[in-house]
Write a protein that binds this ligand. Structure first.
Ligand code: PLP
Length: 395
């Protein structure tokens, strides 16, 4: 295995006001306008060694893209990323799409794509001298945090809603984290985590409140291009909670264009949300630039139960700039999607993954999708973590 390519991280830049922040310092939101910071790289230098057609022989995890990742030293790695892009012809035929593929993120460490973001964020936290991290979570991010904190020898304190599926809570505990069950939704957990961070000299790993989870998740965009031999699909369906992966892939496409991997064409990006928590769908339909938090959010897809996203402006501009759209599906439709992914593709999908099947069906019926479109669905996690929730559902 070749050594890890050197990071070309150059600075942090506010996604809203453009102010530049020091990348060598631990940073949260922009100190000026309270919006997310984005990592910027010396892409001229990165592109000199990171070449689309010279990737063979690199390590088979997301750190194969080391030039455009932030970590200077050894990353905290459990083998995250470089998940398969599976062809699913029977599911495609069922949906009326000739070329349907599933990016199967359930194969990541801890069973979801949250591993990518937390591998990057915890690597950077350790590199910047952090001893303790806190996090609000709906489940998967907490398990990933617990795992990477354990691997990095950091203390982790995690806040999740009291009704979080049992497997998540159990996994966090097995991985050595301190878990608090909070009476309320993720926003209440966020407040509790902020208090704990302020009181206990700990770093808050909430998504987009620090810049590096996004960097981990953007590698999904690099992998798509590499796995499709330099092409991009026509349409990407992404189950959207905080939107980190969507924003991350969009950023990756821009970086790849600057390095000459791809041209200026982009896939249409489709956000899929739950009918019981669809702030982006509502804001997109209204033509708004910001999303109003959703009241009484409710869905069994824990990862989609995010009433208000810090990255709302970035999500909405990505959907618009790509010619994409936003779709809400019911929990029943999601579960039907989970069953189809299982029976027609052999994929044990999380409800969030099932949601993308339901959205693709809807958009195919409405004519937004053509039979000839190349379509990628993201299955973001494994069904195994939701077995207690799924057990009560007829099938
Ligand atoms: C967190 C999560 C999502 C939402 O991801 P974002 O990038 O925050 O929008 C989707 N599916 C699963 C399984 C998740 O854990």
């Amino acid at each position: 295995m070749t050594p890890l390519p050197a990071s070309t991280l150059s600075r942090l830049e506010c996604s809203n006001c453009g102010r530049v922040h020091e990348a060598l310092k631990l940073q949260g939101l922009c100190g000026h306008c309270d919006r997310p910071l984005l990592a910027r790289y010396d892409l001229g230098k990165a592109g000199a060694t990171l070449k689309l057609h010279e990737m063979a022989g690199r390590r088979s995890d997301m750190w194969r893209y080391g030039e455009v990742l932030p970590v200077a030293g050894e990353p905290v790695s459990l083998g995250e990323g470089f998940t398969p892009l599976l062809r699913a012809p029977r599911l495609g035929a069922n949906l009326g799409v000739d070329d349907l593929r599933v990016k199967d993120e359930s194969l990541n460490p801890t069973g979801s794509f949250k591993a990518r973001g937390l591998s990057a964020a915890i690597s950077m936290a350790r590199e910047r001298g952090v001893a303790k991290v806190v996090l609000p979570t709906a489940g998967n991010a907490g398990v990933a945090t617990a795992a990477y904190a354990a691997a990095a020898n950091l203390e982790a304190e995690i806040f999740c809603p009291a009704d979080t599926p049992v497997a998540f809570v159990q996994a966090m505990k097995l991985l050595g984290a301190r878990v608090h069950l909070v009476d309320g939704l993720i926003d209440r957990c966020g407040a509790a985590a902020r208090e704990a961070a302020a009181a206990g000299d700990a770093f808050d790993l909430s998504t987009l409140k620090e810049p590096y989870r996004l960097e981990g998740k953007k590698t999904m965009g690099y992998e798509l291009v590499e796995q499709m031999g330099g092409c991009l699909p026509d349409v990407i369906f992404y189950p959207t909670g905080g939107g980190t992966g969507l924003i991350g892939m969009w950023k990756a496409f821009q970086e790849m264009e600057e390095m000459g991997w791809i041209g200026s064409a982009r896939p249409r990006m489709v956000s899929v949300q739950a009918a019981g928590c669809a702030p982006m769908v509502r804001a997109f339909a209204a033509g708004a630039t910001r999303a109003v938090p959703w009241e009484n959010a409710s869905t069994l897809a824990a990862g989609l139960r995010v009433p208000g996203a810090v990255g709302d402006m970035l999500i909405l501009s990505c959907l618009r700039d790509s010619g994409g759209t936003a779709v809400a599906v019911t929990d029943e439709e999601m579960l039907a999607g989970v069953r189809l992914l299982g029976r027609l593709a052999g994929i044990l999908a999380a409800p969030e993954g099932g949601a993308t099947v339901a959205a693709a069906r809807r958009l195919r019926e409405e004519g937004y999708l053509a039979a000839s479109d190349t379509v990628v669905l993201f299955n973001t996690g494994t069904a195994l973590s939701y077995m207690d929730v799924l057990a009560g559902v007829p099938h």
